[in-house]
Structure formats: C-alpha cells, structure tokens
Design a protein around this ligand. Structure first.
Ligand code: SF4
Length: 64
C-alpha cells in the first residue's frame, strides 16, 4: 500500500511543523497513544496550539 503522506498533510492541523511524524498518521497515532494522548487532529486549531494532547484536556473541551 502506498503511503498517503501528501494527502494526509492536506488535512493535518498540527502546528508542530518540525515533527518527523507529521503526515504519517500511523506513526503519529501510535506515538501519542503510547503517551496516553490523542493526535492534534482531535483538537480545534486553538486547542491544538497549546500542545496539550492529553485525553483529559480533550474531555474537558468536549464535556457539557
Ligand atoms: S500530532 Fe504529535 S506526532 Fe502528530 S504530527 Fe503533531 S506533534 Fe507530531
């Protein structure tokens, strides 16, 4: 299967431009999963810029 990196990058909102995993969603998800986190695309652009990728932060933002 061909890597979809270029297509993925068009939909990636991560502002951490120097990350070697940017556009490589399989690596990105695995990395954050191992840290108990979610990738940038789970957060809106303002929340993403905090670099807080924790599940707790995600739940706080999405609770009523
Ligand atoms: S969400 Fe995390 S792993 Fe994915 S590109 Fe951004 S900084 Fe890298």
């Amino acid at each position: 299967m061909e890597c979809r990196k270029e297509i993925n990058l068009k939909n990636c909102n991560c502002s951490y431009e120097s990350c070697s995993r940017k556009g490589l969603c399989c690596q990105c998800i695995a990395y954050h999963k191992d840290s108990g986190e979610l990738p940038a695309c789970y957060f809106d652009n303002n929340a993403e810029k905090t670099y807080n990728r924790s599940i707790g932060y995600f739940m706080k933002l999405n609770s009523r």
